[in-house]
Each structure stands twice: as C-alpha cells, then as structure tokens.
Design a protein around this ligand. Structure first.
Ligand code: FE2
Length: 280
C-alpha cells in the first residue's frame, strides 16, 4: 500500500500477551511507525515481558512515545514520592516498580508528556495520553479545548488514550482519535488500537478491535508474586479482563468512601468495597 501507516497503541498495562497480538496486527497492517500513547506498564503481571516487547518494537519500527499517568507514577516513586506498600492500594504499582531496572526507569522518564509529530506531506499529529495539560484528563469531555490545542499546535490530528474508550471525533478543523486500550479494554476479550493511514495529504483514522483469549493473561497473575503482593488489585483486574466495563473506578471510590481515616486505605475497607462492587 502506498502512503504512510502509523499504528497508535496505548494502555497496554503490562498485558504482554495482548500486546503481542497487537503487534501481529500492526505488522499485518504494514505500519512503519508506532506511536505509544502511554500506560504501557502496571496493573497486569509480567512488566519485564512487556518491556522486552517494547524494546523489540524499537528495533523493528520507528517508535515514538509519550508518557501516561502510570509511567509518571513509576517515575515519581523513584523520586521518593510513591509511598506504596504491598496490598491493594499500591501493591500493583510497587510490584511493577520492583521489577524495573534503572535503565527501564530512565527510558520511562525520557518520554515527554506531549509531542507534535510531523510526517512529510501530512497534517502534524499532536500526541498525549489524557489531554495535553493533564495525563489523567478525559479528552472527549473537552472537544472545544481539543480544537484549541490543535490550532495552537498547528496540527490536524490529535491522538490520545487513557479512557480505554476508542472513538474518532471530527472537529471543525481536524480530527481527534482515542485509540482505546491495547491491554485492558472496557469491552471484554478484545484488544484495541488505531491505525492512521496518511495519503494524499490527509489522515484516515481506523479503529481496530480484535478478539483474543484473556485466560492465559489471567494465568500469569499467579506467577512471580503478583497475587501475593498486590492484594485485591489482581482480582479486580481479572474481572476487568473477563467482563470489561469500568471496574477500577467504582472499586477505588468505594474503598475511599469507606475509609475516612488518615493514611492508606486498610485491607478491610478494600475487601468490603470489593464485595459491594461485585469483585469478590
Ligand atoms: Fe491512563
């Protein structure tokens, strides 16, 4: 196929099995460039396998990265701002952090929060995880601001992620694409990413959604201590992978409502929240 094909992947969340399936599809699509839109790591087991796949990608493709809130948490922890311990609240993040090398963390820290990519003959592409001003922002709630960011960057395509909800929105002077999640989608048993086909001076975004078997991913949770170190977080993630929807937000919200004390939420509040939200 003539023209340029760019794959945009995000929110892999250490699901290296889904990531591997994404990469097969990226290869089949003939992509030359991969944009990684953040949250490559944490929340599933096997961060080192995910890092190995990322390094393989960098050997095989022209890869460009922005950081997500998960990368930011890991960077902040190295700077002494994490305060995590084993258990549901921060155990999953700590599990991942403890399996990162200094080189891995340097690699994450080198990722910018926002980047403007230029490909010859095509409108510039503005890339971020949430929104350009907030790694945890929800772009779809701010369409007017999205147009303003595109105008300010003199770009025609804004690519973001974080919500795990794929979509393409046409704006007055450009297009906004949310890639969905390559590892932990809200639709169960799928992997999602976007292909950006650039030809004749225009981008044609295409959302890709591929079914795969989540059970081998869940099997990895009992390897290498993830279930032991991360409290009920892996249990919540199993439900997320099998049933989709939005499991983490109500679980975390309810646990904090139940615990109004100082310091980290205790396991008994997490357990009650898990029962009330159907995780246990
Ligand atoms: Fe995120």
């Amino acid at each position: 196929m003539s023209g340029l094909t760019v794959a945009a992947l995000a929110d892999i969340h250490s699901n290296y099995i889904a990531f591997g399936r994404c990469l097969e599809a990226v290869k089949e699509a003939g992509a030359q460039v991969i944009l990684f839109l953040g949250d490559c790591l944490t929340d599933c087991a096997c961060p080192q396998e995910t890092m190995a796949l990322l390094r393989r990608c960098m050997r095989e493709y022209d890869c460009r990265f922005v950081r997500g809130n998960r990368e930011q948490y890991l960077i902040d922890h190295r700077a002494g701002k994490g305060g995590w311990r084993r258990g549901t609240g921060g155990g999953s993040l700590l599990y991942t952090y403890n399996r990162m090398t200094e080189d891995d963390l340097d690699f994450l820290e080198a990722m910018p929060a926002v980047r403007r990519e230029v490909f010859p003959g095509l409108p510039a592409v503005l890339c971020c995880h949430g929104t350009p001003d907030d790694l945890r922002g929800w772009m779809e709630t701010r369409p007017d601001q999205a147009q303003a960011w595109l105008d300010e960057a003199d770009a025609g395509l804004l690519v973001c992620a974080h919500t795990h909800r794929p979509r393409v929105d046409r704006l007055a002077r450009g297009t906004m694409v949310n890639t969905g999640s390559g590892g932990v989608p809200t639709e169960p048993g799928l992997i999602q990413f976007a292909l950006l086909r650039g030809e004749g001076g225009v981008w044609r975004p295409e959302l890709v959604s591929i079914p795969y078997d989540v059970e081998p991913v869940i099997d990895t949770f009992s390897r290498d201590g993830f279930l032991d170190e991360a409290g009920l977080w892996p249990v919540m993630m199993m439900k997320q992978l099998r049933e989709g929807g939005e499991q983490a937000i109500p679980f975390v919200k309810r646990a904090h409502e139940l615990w109004r004390g100082e310091g980290p939420v205790p396991e008994r509040a997490w357990e009650q929240a898990a029962r009330e939200t159907g995780i246990l």
